[in-house]
Design a protein around this ligand. Structure first.
Ligand SMILES: Cc1cc2nc3c(=O)[nH]c(=O)nc-3n(C[C@H](O)[C@H](O)[C@H](O)COP(=O)(O)OP(=O)(O)OC[C@H]3O[C@@H](n4cnc5c(N)ncnc54)[C@H](O)[C@@H]3O)c2cc1C
Length: 617
């Protein structure tokens, strides 16, 4: 049967064979779980996504969220699945049961989300935003704030948002002008206009809790004077009941390229001077709180990119197996030859292989990021905890930027596989491409991620975090060198990893010299190269797991034996596919990355040298 959204065999491979998540159950935190309970969650997520979420995708794209008489009306097809999202306790799968969660490991929750997001992020976003808001309340809120908001947000009974952007404060959040005036009773009067707020207003839940960035009157300029406020759409009384309307007005929603089901709102806070909020965390420390959420959100957006790629790949693979067009290349001159399925054509196989290797590499990377959170949660020493926190710090801009760019590119390639039909609305891939483009823009554009990587992350702890990451890559390389057939791939990845370290040093030096602007004009290509090397790592890691199992099934690792095994055994075919992905990416994509790294090391300054007028126009 054709796989839908995500390939179950691949998800299981990453969870149980690559990351060995069952080992987490040895820790008291996850002791109540086992493979059976993990499988149950993933099965349920898959069923829910395919039966309830996926059917909304087309209608929600066509109808979209609508703005009528000052109200946002979500597509009617969202009502039932939203109730199921709440009833099924999907929003806080990985949170502590004490605060309303189910307590699953993050890596397993990620697998469940793979299907839910793959089915429709526009829909799932209504619930997930509440999780982000809840997390901030859980970590930085007072006991009373937790009592009032946490379970409502984690359950999805109320939803949440992230309210940063203003017309003159997009990437430069420090420029915001929304103000907060103390009322003397612990509340603040909030006044300002915000734009682009995802699900800032809608009809799926009775209340929306807005975490709003604003500046308390007299606070310093820039990010140092920003505070974070909890601003409910409907005021929440001390006993938890809903009070009066809190003067938060949606003045319109954006007409967008994609994600039509998700309302992107312009919000006015305090238009009548009656909007109240309470501080979340300390005054002037709002960015610290918001960054906590944004780091998680960045990883989540990277995961969306990866899930979009997975969905696009699954559709394309199925189509390439069904669509018959053209003769086999070897029968080209034979007029009697029958048309073959397009999967037989070498160029279509190249596209599929590129999509497959990236989809698999990104799935491993995203789940690995989630698994690092599991390692943090189960760390037995401060050192262990700090180590995995460091890996997450390093990987955050890469997961966000690389997986969203490549996720989009995979969706675009899916259109190519479908040919002319891919460009029509009869097939789902054009929508996937439209829906996934935003991922490279919000939660800090990918350009900003690259600046974060070069300007901050590379130098953290005197470069120790980067060295730790390289150390992890080198462990896989060392392992692969000892496995039959993988040594050449290991050597190629070793070359690329060594070069990445060298280029990082050179670019880092340039970034601290008079060539700083030229260096930063290469920050994004540098991030992309690092992403390529990490893909090579993830795919080689997969191959180190697959190769011995394949040899076991085939009774050897010579070509004839493994091909014969793959022809009659699905697992053998899967493992052979793992080695194939590693071979393709490391031998056909990574050499291009070496060339790109040469260009970065040369740090040519043309982009910053030419005067503005010389750009033409
Ligand atoms: C569908 C959608 C949903 C959104 N949801 C939310 C939400 O829920 N909450 C919220 O607060 N915001 C949200 N946003 C806003 C989003 O986060 C911003 O659009 C984004 O941060 C970029 O800001 P901007 O649009 O003002 O672009 P700008 O900041 O003007 O950036 C334009 C370009 O310049 C580059 N650039 C800007 N400054 C620099 C710099 N210093 N160095 C290098 N390059 C730079 C950017 O990378 C980008 O390529 C959403 C936007 C959209 C479209």
């Amino acid at each position: 049967m054709a796989q839908v959204l995500a390939d179950r065999r691949d998800v299981d491979f990453v969870l149980y064979e690559q990351l060995e998540v069952e080992k987490l159950c040895k820790h008291p935190r996850y002791a109540e779980f086992n493979r059976k309970t993990f499988d149950l969650l993933v099965n349920e997520a898959r069923n829910f996504s395919i039966k309830e979420i996926l059917p909304t995708i087309k209608e929600s794209d066509e109808i979209g969220a609508r703005f009528e008489n000052g109200k946002v009306i979500t597509p009617a097809c969202y009502k039932k699945p939203y109730k199921l999202l709440v009833d099924g306790e999907w929003i806080a799968m990985t949170e502590d049961p004490e605060v309303g969660g189910q307590g699953f490991p993050h890596s397993v929750g990620q697998a469940a989300l793979d299907w839910m997001i793959g089915a429709s992020f526009a829909f799932v976003a209504y619930g997930l935003a509440g999780h982000g808001t809840g997390k901030m309340v859980e970590i930085f809120g007072t006991p009373k704030q937790k009592e009032l908001y946490l379970k409502k947000l984690y359950s999805g009974q109320w939803t949440g948002t992230m309210v940063l952007t203003e017309p003159e404060a997009g990437s430069d959040v420090g420029n915001l002008v929304t103000s907060a005036k103390p009322n003397g009773d612990g509340t603040y009067t909030i006044t300002g206009n915000k734009i682009f707020i995802t699900n800032g207003e809608h009809d799926l839940a009775p209340n929306i809790i807005h975490p709003v960035l604003a500046r308390i009157e007299g606070a310093p300029k820039g990010t140092k004077g920003i505070s974070l406020f909890i601003v409910p759409k409907i005021w929440v009384n001390e006993d938890g009941s809903l009070g009066e309307d809190n003067d938060v007005v949606c003045t319109g929603i954006e007409e967008k390229m994609g994600l039509h089901g998700s309302a992107t709102c312009q919000l006015t806070f305090g238009g009548k001077g009656k909007c109240r909020g309470v501080l979340l965390g300390e005054a002037n420390k709002g960015m610290r709180v918001m960054f906590y959420m944004m780091n998680e959100a960045r990883l989540a957006v990277g995961a969306i990119g990866a899930s979009n790629a997975s969905t696009a790949y699954m559709y394309s693979l199925d189509y390439a197996r069904q669509r018959r067009q053209g003769r086999d290349l070897l029968e080209f001159a034979n007029p009697d030859a029958q048309p073959v399925a397009i999967i037989n054509h070498p160029d279509v196989r190249r596209m599929l292989m590129w999509m497959k290797s990236l989809t698999e590499g990104m799935r491993s990377l995203v789940y690995y990021g989630a698994w690092c959170f599991d390692r943090i949660a189960t760390a037995t020493s401060d050192e262990d905890k700090a180590y995995y926190e460091g890996i997450v710090d390093m990987l955050t801009p890469i997961i966000k930027s690389y997986c969203t760019d490549k996720g989009f590119e995979v969706c675009v390639e899916a259109i190519q596989i479908y040919g002319g039909y891919g460009y029509t609305k009869d097939f789902p891939v054009e929508q996937l491409a439209r829906d996934s483009k935003i991922n490279s823009i919000y939660e800090g554009t990918n350009g900003i991620q690259a600046m974060d990587l070069l300007g901050r992350k590379m130098g953290m702890k005197q470069g120790a975090l980067f060295m730790n990451l390289l150390g992890e890559i080198n462990k896989t390389i060392a392992l692969a060198k000892g496995i039959d057939g993988l040594a050449p791939l290991a050597q190629n990845l070793e070359k690329a990893t060594g070069k990445l370290a060298q280029v990082a040093m050179e670019l880092g030096k340039a970034a601290m010299s008079a060539k700083v602007k030229a260096a930063f004009s290469h920050a994004k290509p540098f991030l992309d190269c690092m992403g390529d090397v990490i893909m090579g790592w993830m795919l080689l890691w997969r191959a180190t797991v697959a190769a011995p199992k394949l040899a076991g099934l085939a009774g050897g690792s010579d070509e004839a034996a493994v091909n014969a095994a793959a022809a009659k055994n699905k697992n053998a075919a899967f493992y052979l596919g793992q080695i194939g992905s590693a071979r393709y990416f490391i031998n056909s994509i990574l050499p291009g990355t070496l060339g790109k790294m040469d260009a970065i090391a040369a740090t040519d300054s043309a982009a910053v040298d030419i005067p503005d007028d010389s750009f033409g126009g």
